[in-house]
Design a protein around this ligand. Structure first.
Ligand SMILES: Nc1ncnc2c1ncn2[C@@H]1O[C@H](COP(=O)(O)OP(=O)(O)OP(=O)(O)O)[C@@H](O)[C@H]1O
Ligand SMILES: [Mg+2]
Ligand SMILES: [Zn+2]
Length: 248
């Protein structure tokens, strides 16, 4: 059986693994991230001044870069050259975070791990020092799905975390994060991405990929994303059709 991830396959023509476009062009540094300038500037300053918060809330609509920014922040914090706002891209920490295999960057999908047992487990995990890197970074996606009881189990940890712990709670519904948690985190609101910026980025990618796309086609795609870098079906069908990367 092949051990390859479902996102990659071997192209018989090229003989080398194919990487889906959404992954290939996922920003790896703040410079690659479209818009969100208020967030980039604040995080860069925090890194430069070594004033890293223990808890962040990244909120905003789908496909605006919350998870991407959380991973960039993790690279900035754990790069061997760091903390730096220009991670080196070549150290084990940078490479592993990009590949999603860093032992000290723990991504949790709260849509399926939302209960008290999972949060207790997380609380235990936080107590142990990072296995190799500077920080242990917990990226919690869909954080609004955590139950109240489970949030309570996490409260003390977020209130008095060990020095190495950084939590990034990513959510499309920040009003559902209890005030007790939110008041202990720094909150960043991600804005819709400007459609002209989106068109420019798509054009750049098309050129790199050797794809012919006229401006009108790119404008239609950008418009259908409504400020997101994800395509999603009309709202009423959304629940049964999870969003896909725009360039999947
Ligand atoms: N601001 C941005 N600049 C460049 N690329 C972006 C930006 N926002 C999103 N993307 C791209 O869109 C895709 C989805 O981004 P990401 O997973 O970070 O979104 P999200 O805000 O976490 O969405 P969700 O709420 O669905 O989890 C990624 O491939 C990423 O590269
Ligand atoms: Mg996300
Ligand atoms: Zn590095």
């Amino acid at each position: 059986m092949s051990s390859m991830s479902p996102e990659s396959s071997t192209s018989p023509a090229a003989g080398k693994p194919y990487q889906v476009i959404a992954r290939k062009y996922r920003p790896q540094a703040f410079d690659d991230l479209l818009d969100q300038n208020h967030i980039k500037t604040t995080l860069r300053n925090a890194i430069e001044q070594r004033r890293i918060a223990h808890g962040y809330i990244f909120s905003g609509q789908r496909g605006t870069g919350k998870t991407t920014t959380a991973r960039i922040l993790a690279r900035c914090l754990n790069c061997v050259q760091g903390p730096t706002d220009h991670p080196c891209d070549v150290c084990a920490s940078c490479l592993e975070i990009t590949a999603g295999g860093s032992p000290d960057v723990i991504e949790i999908d709260a849509a399926s791990n939302r209960g008290i047992n999972e949060m207790r487990e997380l609380r235990e995990n936080v107590r142990y020092q990072p296995s190799r890197d500077r920080y242990k970074i917990f990226i919690i996606d869909e954080a609004h799905q955590i139950t109240n009881e489970a949030f309570n189990a996490l409260l003390k940890t977020i209130e008095e975390p060990p020095e190495w712990a950084v939590f990034v709670l990513c959510t499309t519904e920040s009003h559902k994060i209890p005030a007790t948690i939110a008041s202990r985190c720094q909150h960043f609101s991600f804005r819709s991405v400007d459609s002209n910026d989106l068109i420019d980025r798509m054009r750049e990618i098309c050129v790199k990929e050797g794809v012919d796309a006229d401006d009108e086609a790119l404008a239609v795609i950008a418009q259908s994303g409504e400020g997101r870098l994800l395509w999603q079906p009309p709202r009423r069908r959304f629940r049964s059709n999870p969003p896909r990367g725009l360039w999947n």
